[in-house]
Design a protein around this ligand. Structure first.
Ligand code: GRF
Length: 197
């Protein structure tokens, strides 16, 4: 049984999908703790699913490295088999990636390496592309630059806004996240073999 610590910043809709998947006794993973870099709405899922939560407010620390050190202190006691970034809107400091890597994955609402960064959906719209996508990657020290573990193309439709497009991307992200965790648990994906560059 793969033990996951999941980090979020927002509503946690992708996390909820993963939690629902773990309700299936056949699904070889379970979330042992949920962390956030702010008072994120998704933290309430901890209460709903009886999972411990922790918050390490990014704004409370002078540097990203100090925030990372405090974050690692909260993650470490759970000895996760896999650290899942699910809508965490922060770049993990290299020391945190080094400590928990290569077993650190992230979901992204674009077809990487297209449109990396915090505004993948907005950037795709601004670029006027007719298709974008969703990706799950292994995390390295760069911005969404780690090895791609799973991805899928998604059409951009005439009249799309950032929210209509994002709402079309998220269900694919969830499915890719759930499948990627399953593939890691079953050994179909060997993160050691995909050690980020
Ligand atoms: C996801 O699309 C994720 O890729 C992006 O932010 C969104 C988080 O959504 N970074 P939620 O908090 O899981 O609803």
């Amino acid at each position: 049984m793969l033990e996951l610590v999941v980090l979020i910043s927002g509503t946690g809709s992708n996390l909820r999908a993963l939690l629902e998947a773990t309700r299936d006794a056949e699904y070889p993973a379970r979330v042992v703790a949920i962390g956030a870099d702010r008072d994120a709405e998704g933290l309430q899922l901890g209460e709903e699913y009886s999972i411990p939560t922790f918050t390490v407010p990014f704004t409370r620390y002078a540097t990203r490295a100090e925030w990372g050190a405090a974050l690692a202190e909260q993650i470490r006691p759970w000895t996760p088999d896999l650290l899942v970034l699910s809508g965490l809107m922060r770049l993990l400091p290299p020391a945190v990636v080094a400590e928990f890597g290569p077993a650190v994955i992230n979901t992204h609402p674009a077809y990487l390496p297209e449109f990396p960064g915090a505004h993948g959906v907005r950037d795709a719209l601004a670029a006027g592309v007719t298709e974008t996508g969703a990706s799950v990657i292994a995390v390295d020290d760069g911005v969404d630059s780690g090895p791609i573990l799973a991805q899928e193309r998604i059409p951009v439709l005439p009249g799309d806004t950032e929210s209509t497009l994002h709402d079309r991307i998220k269900p694919v992200e969830r499915r890719l996240l759930i499948q990627t965790v399953l593939d890691i648990a079953n050994g179909h994906i060997d993160l050691k073999g995909t050690t980020p560059a």
